[in-house]
Design a protein around this ligand. Structure first.
Ligand code: ITT
Ligand code: MG
Length: 198
């Protein structure tokens, strides 16, 4: 069985990626097995940050690696917190503090202007110097509520309303979230590219 390294230190994100990749028959190994080092996410785009995380994981493991860089873009905040989503309220990353800061930033903004989307960029490298990484993006549109709801998921899930379901992302089962989320969509797009690659 081929090994694939998952370049994430976020346990809940790792679980989602593992579930999405499980049917592929890879042996999935978190990058923490190889190195405790967390590369700095210094780039201005999700794609570049995903690449730098995947490249670091491929380098420390000597194996193919995949990374997700993701975040929440809020229309009324002109795309913030965006690539800074994990550290919106400062470092270290703290979901409750990030959600509190988002609610504060949107105080007084009516429902009609609380549109947002989750973004996921996936990058897959066969090795650290791979000149043709596979990149895929996935988006998930929704709306930011004015109070948290639900206990599943992570990050901004309790504030992210999926309008067609009338539920927040934190009220969905993990299986349903993976079927419709930004990360699920990006993964299906990535797998399609892999199938079509000459
Ligand atoms: O970089 P790694 O180690 O993978 O873990 P991370 O949590 O730092 O991940 P990112 O740098 O990609 O930052 C993504 C942040 O965006 C938010 N986010 C991304 N996907 C999400 C999801 O499915 N549900 C809720 N929040 C999400 C959440 O705050 C994440 O911490
Ligand atoms: Mg990160």
């Amino acid at each position: 069985m081929n090994d694939l390294v998952l370049a994430s230190h976020n346990a809940k994100k790792l679980k989602e990626l593992q579930t999405l990749l499980a049917p592929l028959g890879y042996r999935l190994r978190p990058v923490s097995e190889f190195s405790p080092e967390v590369p700095e996410e210094t780039a201005p785009s999700f794609i570049e940050n995903a690449l730098l995380k995947a490249r670091h994981a491929a380098r420390v493991s000597g194996l193919p690696a995949i990374a997700d860089d993701s975040g929440l873009e809020v229309e009324a905040l002109r795309g913030a917190p965006g690539v800074y989503s994990a550290r919106y309220a400062g470092e270290p990353s703290d979901d409750a503090a990030n959600n509190a800061k988002l609610l504060q930033a949107l105080a007084g903004v009516p429902a009609a202007r609380r549109g947002a989307r989750f973004v996921s960029a996936l990058a897959l490298l066969r090795h650290a110097d791979d000149p043709t990484p596979v990149i895929a993006l996935g988006y998930w549109p929704g709306q930011i509520l004015d109070a948290t709801r639900g206990a599943n998921g992570f990050g901004y899930d309790p504030l992210f309303l999926v309008p067609s379901l009338g539920k927040t992302s934190a009220e969905l089962t993990p299986g349903l979230k993976n079927r419709i989320s930004h990360r699920g969509r990006a993964m299906r797009a990535l797998l399609k590219q892999l199938r079509e690659r000459p």
